[in-house]
Design a protein around this ligand. Structure first.
Ligand code: DOR
Length: 443
């Protein structure tokens, strides 16, 4: 099948492309990209010079007035399968992903059983090949059973297809284990994604510690619970030379620590999520469990610091931390409800606000949502993904900057309707997502 995406405004930071042009796709791969004054790509002849071999093989997409980007990569998604299919499945999660403009999602291992051995990794890969709408790349655990006691078989999981390791949902409290994991990360050349939380400080906490937590009578989590672990892990990355990636950065202090570490040349990268730069702890008011997330939503100064961290490059990646939960679980009282926000379908629109505010250019946004995740996860070599270079997977996200969408939680594609952005109007939404040449489109 041949696809021609015509007249779109192509943004591809991997090649410095920012201009109107066409993209030719053949058999699920990018064949050619031409911009501005260069002519339309030459349509290849098939069947020994006998022409097209039938019109059905050519599909033209008119992208005039639309942005055409390398497919977005979410390096932090909870797909919940195996084990928690009532919250999400590989099928429903990847459906939400393509709806949100993502062509690759990396799924966190806190499933049941947890992804702590090659057979679980293999199950996920097989299921995704059968039922997934986009590419699914598994993340394996750091410690067996996520118990923090013993390292999992990272080498076997890496060989099976895991692109990173994380105990996400929990920190690795044992510093020696974290040291060893970082040593392996260097040897295997895969990142360790750290959920930074000092459990002795956060224990029992359900929201950010401050005046609001006192007013609401909820136990708070101080920002230091995140910062202390960020500092420890940076120190261990410095000691080992390992590849550290800090997950869901939410506090001003963490941004400062990561900025300083990068200046010293430590091999550390970081992600934040749209909810950490779009809303504050105020969203919890009224005991809104859809705003309960771990780490918790911060204060205004945290939001400002995160935006500055995105602007100055301290924070490399915008990831969703898509954490779908069942409505009945979120209907419990605030203390008991699980943490998490369903994020795949709102991430792009919320991130586009950063472009509107002049914090990021659209090209920098693509870096944070496609190129940098690809770099960190070695996908520029193996897909390639995160780029529109010829030979790369035909993963493309087409966005209409004029299209406004009112988010209606109940109508999200994901099984997880748990969003604090219900009723928000977002602009710059995907209208076409192409995943390895498979086309998904919406009005
Ligand atoms: O809010 C969160 N939800 N934070 C995490 O680290 C885990 C996630 C989940 O799995 O629900």
């Amino acid at each position: 099948m041949i696809i021609l995406v015509k007249n779109g405004h192509i943004i591809d930071p991997s090649q410095g492309i920012d201009g109107v042009g066409d993209i030719l796709i053949e058999d699920g791969k990018i064949k050619e990209v031409r911009t501005q004054n260069t002519p339309t790509p030459t349509l290849p002849h098939r069947g020994g010079g006998q022409g097209w071999g039938g019109d059905s093989e050519l599909r033209t997409i008119d992208a005039k007035g639309l942005y055409v980007l390398p497919g977005l990569i979410d390096m932090h998604t909870h797909l919940r399968e195996p084990g928690f299919e009532y919250k999400e499945t590989i099928n429903t999660g990847t459906t939400a992903a393509v709806r949100g403009g993502f062509t690759t999602v990396c799924c966190m291992p806190n499933t049941y059983p947890v992804n702590d051995n090659a057979s679980v990794t293999e199950f996920i890969i097989r299921k995704a090949a059968q039922e997934g709408l986009c590419t699914v790349l598994p993340i394996g655990v750091i410690t067996k059973g996520q118990k923090g006691e013993e390292l999992a078989e990272m080498g076997a999981m890496r060989d099976e297809g895991c692109v990173a390791f994380s105990d996400d949902g929990y920190p690795v409290t044992n510093s020696l284990l974290m040291r060893r994991a970082l040593e392996y990360s260097k040897a295997f050349s895969v990142p360790i994604i750290s959920h930074c939380e000092d459990l002795t400080l956060s224990e029992g906490g359900v929201m950010n510690e401050g005046l609001l937590s006192v007013t609401l009578g909820l136990k708070g989590i101080p920002a230091e619970a995140e910062m202390i672990m960020v500092y420890r892990d940076i120190s261990l990355a410095e000691l080992t030379g390992g590849r550290l990636h800090i997950a869901h950065v939410s506090t001003e202090g963490s941004v400062r620590l990561i900025r300083d570490a990068k200046k010293r040349g430590v091999d550390v990268t970081a992600e934040t999520c749209p909810h950490y730069f779009s809303i504050t702890e105020d969203a919890v008011t009224g005991y809104n469990t859809n705003a309960k997330v771990n780490p918790p939503l911060g204060a205004k100064r945290d939001v400002e610091a995160i935006k500055e961290g995105l602007r100055d490059g301290t924070i490399d990646v915008i990831a969703t931390d898509h954490a779908p939960h069942h409505i009945d679980e979120k209907l419990q009282e605030f203390d008991k409800a699980p943490s998490g926000i369903s994020g795949l379908e709102t991430a792009l629109g919320l991130s586009m606000k950063l472009v509107d505010e002049g914090i990021l250019t659209i090209s920098q946004l693509v870096e944070k949502m496609a190129l940098n995740p690809a770099r960190i996860l070695n996908l520029l070599v193996t897909g390639p993904k995160g780029t529109l270079k010829p030979g790369a997977d035909a993963d493309i996200t087409i966005i209409d900057m004029k299209k406004e969408v009112k988010i209606e939680a109940a109508k999200l594609t994901s099984k997880g309707k748990n969003t604090p952005f219900d009723g928000w109007v977002l602009k710059g939404m995907p209208v076409v997502t192409i995943s390895k040449g498979r086309i998904y489109e919406w009005q």
